[in-house]
Every structure is written in structure tokens, then in C-alpha cells.
Design a binder for this molecule. Structure first.
Ligand code: NAD
Length: 479
């Protein structure tokens, strides 16, 4: 059985502040590995190792750092199947999706490696003679990276890769439910020859080591992805210390279907947005807003499509969705399923899984007939539960879409160019997409949300380079 371990200053350490068995969410009888938890001393050691490594790493040329990132990409690609397999076993994401996620990680490493030789400033004409005035981006120092379990490979890499290419060193605290995958990922990186201390992996519970990480060690920045409640707490701690922070948080993403939408193409995208990864994506479609003129034909087509998707163990290559990730996820999501069964009309339902009692399987459902203020319409469920609302026209649909504390992603399905443009202008979300599902934003584009979904900076693409650097304005006079 595999075990989680810390990697600090180039040394593997098995922490002993707690131990538990990791269960396969697709089959609770199967033990996948052992989780070992850190105490505060590991966080302190990790900061010391990262601080020491910063000196040499930040002084490498961008081209030299790029060479390291290309090696990490090649190493990860060569271990793609192994990493994907372990992640599917640990947190239940279907293997086909998980392979795609690892490949996204490889592509992110290559994308950010290439930044090592790109311009990192601009020349600004001076008003004075013989003065060269320009900007340059400099690294921040030691960055704390805190990640969730739902994208156990892609999210850590979309933070670590830009942090490293910009010259920072990293302390990475993954979610407990993705710690075996995190250990595997760092094993792959360590074998690829990444210098000691450049990345330091500390496995542990946020409630046990979060305070020391965020309040006691001298961190220079924090990048967090996770729930809005933890994210806003972290933002407050960072603001108090005046260190740079970025929090990517929850969503309640809407897909609007107008009466001119092409149903044959629209329905599969809605189903995929809502139920791939068992709805455990921050960008999952959790509200479907349908224009009255197409309501009957849309709900009929949706009902048929949902009834045909396959709920199966994560390692089944035909699984459309697998179980939810853990016992706590199962409990939370089932409380919303119960609420839907008691208070809503279930207008679409997926098939049951044969081994239902063996894993954390939840039949996907679409609930309708609810008020716009109902918890199923307003709260993030983070499971295979979507809610459907009816709107009389585009204006009402946009108003419903924007009636949310979240603002991560939103979609519109239409063939009308005017509505498409108005939607891009009027929808209050960081990612607005026409005739595309709410999930699936490409890695070379900025990723992030409005309102309580984000602290308003962006990840991925070129935007990440702004977060992981500080801008210096330079001026030099020559006599
Ligand atoms: P979570 O907030 O429970 O945990 C996220 C991370 O924070 C974990 O590593 C956890 O251990 C850590 N943590 C918890 N308490 C902490 C503390 N006091 N101090 C420091 N760290 C602490 O979230 P989760 O259940 O792992 O992930 C699901 C959530 O993540 C959902 O709300 C989802 O929408 C969100 N998410 C957002 C995005 C995005 O980009 N916006 C992407 C994926 C997931």
C-alpha cells in the first residue's frame, strides 16, 4: 500500500502527528493507502528549506528554470497512467477524465516553462534625456500553496508551475483527500532532479497546520483554492500581514438555454457541465435556466440524456461519473438530495450503480419547481445535483443568473448573436461562455471569478505571472 510523505529540503519524511487509512470511494472495502499527518514543526522546516533554496533558484536565469520545468513535464508525461490511476482510486474521478487532467498538468508545465525566455517587462519612454525607464517582474519569495482535492493534479500544477518559473520557491499543502496523489506527483518531480527545497510538500489538516502556515512562518504570498468559507478566512489573515494572496473559491454556475438553442448540441453540454466529475467542479453547471418557449422540449431531452449516463467505479473506462470523493462529501451532498426529494420535482435522474452500497455513489438528479431563493438554487452543492429554473425571456434569465453571491462561470446557449454579446457584457461571472459548458476553461486563458468566487486576481494563462511577481519600475541615467 502507498503512503503519504512530506518532501522537505529534498528529504522524504514520514510525519507522525496522525495516521489513517485511505479508502477507495468507488469501493469502500478497498484500502488504497495510508495518510500520515504533519505537525507544526514540519511547516517551520518547510519554510526554512524553501527560504534557503530561494537564494539559488531566484538567481537562475529564466532559461535554466525552464529546463527544470521541461524535465518535470517529461517525467510527468512518462508516469501519466500511474498518477491518473492513483488519483482515481484516491478521490473517485473517472479514469478517462483523470488522464486528461494529468495531461493538462503536463501542458501547464510546458506552457510556463516557455515563459522563462519571454519578456518580463516593458520599456517606458522617459521625459528626460539619456534615461532608460523600464519595468521588470521580480519573484515574491516563498509562496504557500493550498489546494483542494477535486483537481488533485491540475490545480497544484497551475499554481506551482508559474510560481517556480517566476523564481519563487514553494510550500505546498494539498487537501487530505488528495495526499497520496500529491506524494506521487512530488516523487515524479524529485526523480526529475528538481533542486532541494524548491518545492516542499507538507501533508496535513488545515485545522491542524493552517495557523502556523498562515500566521507564524514568514510567508511572502499565499495562493489558495477551496471553499469560500476557508478562502475568506485565509484572505483576512493575509491582509492582516499585508502579504499578497489569491483565493479561488466556490461557484453556483448557471447555464441559460434560450428558446432558439440547438437542443441536440446543447443538452450533452449541459449534462457534461453538471455531472462530469460527479458535479465536483467549482465550474460545474448547478443552475439551468430555461426560457419558457423551449421548456417542455428541453426538459424531455434532458431527462432522456441524464437517464442514459453511466455511474460506475472510477477505474471503469466507460464511467461518465464516479462516486463522490469521501464520506463527508457523501453526507453533505445526500442532505441536498433529500431536500430535493422532499421539496422539488425531480425532472431528470440518472441510473443507479450496480455496486451502490460499495461506494459513495449518488444518482445524478435535476430538481425543478423551486423559488429563486431556495438553498438548492443559492448554495454550492458540489455534487451531482442540478437545479432548473424557468425564465420568461432573456432579461429574466440574466437576472436569475446574476442572483447569486457567487460569480465564477456562466454559459448561454443560443443562436442569436445579439443575446450572445449582451450575455458576455451582463453576466456577472469571471468566465462567460456561449454555446460551451460552464466547465472546461483552457489553461492558456485567465481563470477566476467575481463576487465571492475569487479574490479577483486570475490564475493560469499570462495572468498567473502577475500574481507570482512584484513589479519594479526601473530608471537608469547614462552620462
Ligand atoms: P476546503 O476549503 O475544505 O479545503 C481547501 C484546502 O484548504 C485544503 O487543502 C484544506 O486542508 C485547506 N484548509 C482548510 N482549512 C484551512 C485552514 N484553516 N488554514 C489553511 N488551510 C486550510 O475545500 P475542498 O473541500 O478541498 O474543495 C472544494 C471547494 O473548492 C469547493 O467549494 C469548490 O468550489 C472549491 N474549488 C474552487 C476552485 C476555483 O478555482 N474557484 C477550483 C476547485 C475547487
Amino acid at each position: 500500500m502507498v503512503s503519504s510523505r512530506n518532501w522537505i529540503g529534498g528529504e522524504w519524511i514520514t510525519p507522525a502527528a496522525g495516521e489513517s487509512i485511505v479508502i477507495n470511494p468507488s469501493n469502500m472495502k478497498e484500502e488504497v493507502g495510508v495518510l500520515h499527518l504533519s505537525d507544526q514543526s514540519h511547516v517551520i522546516q518547510a519554510e526554512q528549506a524553501a527560504r534557503k533554496a530561494f537564494e539559488a533558484w531566484s538567481h537562475l536565469t529564466g532559461a535554466a528554470r525552464a529546463e527544470h520545468l521541461y524535465k518535470l513535464a517529461a517525467a510527468l508525461e512518462s508516469k501519466l497512467a500511474e498518477v491518473a490511476n492513483l488519483a482515481s482510486l484516491e478521490m473517485g474521478k473517472p479514469i478517462t477524465e483523470m488522464r486528461g487532467e494529468v495531461m493538462r498538468g503536463v501542458n501547464l508545465l510546458r506552457y510556463y516553462a516557455a515563459e522563462g525566455v519571454r519578456a518580463n517587462g516593458v520599456v517606458i519612454p522617459s521625459s528626460e534625456p539619456n534615461v532608460l525607464q523600464h519595468t521588470k517582474k521580480v519573484p515574491l519569495g516563498v509562496v504557500g500553496i493550498i489546494t483542494p482535492w477535486n483537481f488533485p493534479v491540475a490545480i497544484p500544477i497551475w499554481k506551482i508551475a508559474p510560481a517556480l518559473i517566476c523564481g519563487n520557491t514553494v510550500i505546498w499543502k494539498p487537501a487530505e483527500f488528495a495526499s497520496l496523489t500529491a506524494t506521487k506527483l512530488i516523487e515524479v518531480f524529485a526523480e526529475a532532479g528538481l533542486p532541494s527545497g524548491v518545492i516542499n510538500l507538507v501533508i496535513g489538516k488545515g485545522s491542524q497546520i493552517g495557523d502556523v502556515l498562515l500566521e507564524q512562518i514568514p510567508l511572502d504570498a499565499v495562493s489558495f483554492t477551496g471553499s469560500t468559507s476557508i478562502g475568506t478566512h485565509i484572505a483576512q489573515l493575509c491582509a492582516k500581514r499585508n502579504i499578497k494572496y489569491q483565493t479561488e473559491m466556490g461557484g453556483k454556475n448557471a447555464a441559460i438555454v434560450l428558446k432558439d438553442a440547438d437542443l441536440e448540441k446543447t443538452v450533452p453540454l449541459i449534462v457534461s457541465g453538471a455531472f462530469r466529475s460527479a458535479g465536483q467542479k467549482c465550474t460545474a453547471t448547478s443552475r439551468i435556466i430555461v426560457e419558457s418557449g423551449i421548456y417542455d422540449s428541453f426538459t424531455k431531452a434532458l431527462g432522456t440524456a441524464v437517464s442514459q449516463i453511466k455511474l460506475a467505479p472510477a477505474l471503469d473506462p466507460a464511467a461518465y461519473l464516479g462516486p463522490v470523493a469521501s464520506a463527508s462529501q457523501y453526507k453533505t451532498v445526500m442532505s441536498y438530495v433529500d431536500m430535493a426529494q422532499k421539496q422539488a420535482d425531480i425532472i431528470a435522474q440518472g441510473p443507479a450503480v450496480a455496486e451502490k452500497n460499495e461506494g459513495y455513489y449518488i444518482q445524478p438528479i435535476v430538481a425543478a419547481g423551486l423559488d429563486a431563493g431556495h438553498p438548492l438554487i443559492q448554495e454550492e452543492v458540489f455534487g451531482p445535483v442540478a437545479a432548473l429554473l424557468q425564465a420568461s425571456d432573456f432579461e429574466e434569465a440574466i437576472a436569475l443568473c446574476n442572483q447569486s453571491i457567487f460569480g465564477l462561470s456562466a454559459s448561454l446557449f443560443t443562436q442569436n448573436l445579439s443575446y450572445a454579446h449582451r450575455f458576455l457584457d451582463e453576466a456577472q461571472a469571471g468566465m462567460v461562455r456561449v454555446n460551451q459548458e460552464t466547465a472546461g476553461v483552457e489553461y492558456q486563458s485567465p481563470f477566476g471569478g467575481m463576487k465571492l468566487s475569487s479574490s479577483h486576481s486570475r490564475e493560469q494563462g499570462q495572468a498567473a505571472l502577475d500574481f507570482y511577481t512584484e513589479l519594479k519600475t526601473c530608471a537608469i541615467r547614462y552620462f
